[in-house]
Design a protein around this ligand. Structure first.
Ligand code: ZN
Ligand code: ZN
Length: 355
């Protein structure tokens, strides 16, 4: 079934007569449009794609399933939307809860005569389950991230700055016709105890943990992989911490099967870390959905409300961060299938000591 039909099916199930979508990632997912600003009005049988004149030609090329309405100065998006509502005879429209307060205020004024109601959860469960085509695109982005890790591994030598490694990661993706999915994290020595450190002028030293977290965006889809290395030989404590984080990753990935909950998968990682008293150093959630956005919809965490289903793609990324010692995070991208979890990236997870 076409994505638009799947959305209409859910609208009918929730009794929603018309839906207004402005989240650009959702609009791109629904229509194949790749520009940065657009909206979709969807009704039981009709609908319109609304964008501004910067994208007139592009929208006509890319959007196949909906008629395109464009507008230019002095009109703004809300003017075009009200025209669209009139054309589609929309009296009540459901909007995404993620819109800003400023947008909502603007709409409330501009859309007089149209009832604005917050939408029930229609898009999220649909976006979370990826089509085979979407999984194939994520897989390609993962392959490029694997190649990038292989490429930068040779740079992990004493004297090289985190900043230079970060720059090389970005160059690698660009050189391979991809975008950088997010600013790469390169965190060495004490910096590795900061889960979201940005690359600094610090030079790598013998005995450092180095955490590298990177991802490409290729054909609209992201990868997100982390590996932690040791520059030189690992000591006993480093081996112990690394081994336990790896065990937490393997065990929680194994738990990622249809029917379980995001809470249960997260809990499995914490349980394994707790075997060595390390759960107290794991402050963030275990993982997040992956797709058009790096942090796509859904979470594996203590507060998750998500149920695991076949077709979803998750990151699994346990970490242990100890101040003045360092940190380890290992992250894989995992596709849930009816037969169990499938890891989409292939870089080795064994502790790599860079000699
Ligand atoms: Zn990551
Ligand atoms: Zn991640």
């Amino acid at each position: 079934m076409k994505t638009i039909e799947r959305v209409r099916h859910q609208m009918a199930a929730h009794g929603v007569p018309a839906l207004l979508l402005t989240d650009i990632t959702t609009v791109q997912w629904l229509t194949g449009f790749t520009g940065s600003s657009a909206a979709v009005v969807l009704t039981k049988e009709g609908g319109e794609f609304v964008t501004d004149s910067r994208y007139t030609i592009q929208a006509h090329e890319q959007v196949k399933d909906l008629p395109v309405r464009t507008f230019g100065s002095p009109k703004k998006q809300s003017d075009a939307l009200i025209e669209s509502f009139k054309a589609l005879e929309v009296g009540t429209v459901a909007f995404e809860r993620s819109v800003t307060f400023a947008t909502w205020e603007d709409w409330r004024e501009a859309f007089s005569g149209v009832d604005l109601v917050p939408s029930p959860e229609i898009v999220k469960p649909l976006r979370m389950v990826k089509s085979p085509e979407e999984v194939a695109k994520i897989r390609s982005a993962c392959e490029l991230a694997d190649a990038c890790l292989k490429h930068v591994e040779r740079m992990l030598q004493p004297g090289v700055t985190e900043y230079d490694i970060g720059l090389d990661i970005e160059f690698f993706f660009r050189r391979n016709s991809a975008e950088v999915g997010f600013s790469p994290i390169v965190a060495s020595g004490p910096n590795s105890a900061r889960p979201h450190a940005t690359p600094s002028e610090r030079t790598l030293q013998r005995g450092d943990f180095v955490t590298i977290d990177l991802g490409a965006k290729l054909d609209g889809y992201c990868s997100d992989i982390t590996r932690t290395y040791v520059v030189g030989k690992a000591d006993d404590r480093q081996r112990e911490v690394y081994g336990q984080v790896l065990k937490a990753l393997i065990e929680s990935t194994r738990a990622l099967v249809p029917g379980t909950s995001g809470v249960a998968v997260d809990a499995r990682a914490r349980e394994v870390l707790d075997e060595k008293g390390l759960a107290q150093y794991f402050g963030h959630g275990l993982g997040h959905g992956l797709g058009r956005a790096v942090h796509d919809l859904g979470s594996l965490s203590t507060r998750s409300t998500d149920t695991i289903e076949a077709g979803q793609v998750w990151t699994v990324e346990p970490g242990v961060y100890i101040e003045d010692f360092g940190g380890v995070r290992i992250e894989d991208d995992v596709h849930v299938t009816p037969n169990g979890p499938e890891i989409l990236n292939s870089t080795s997870k064994e502790l790599t000591e860079i000699q």
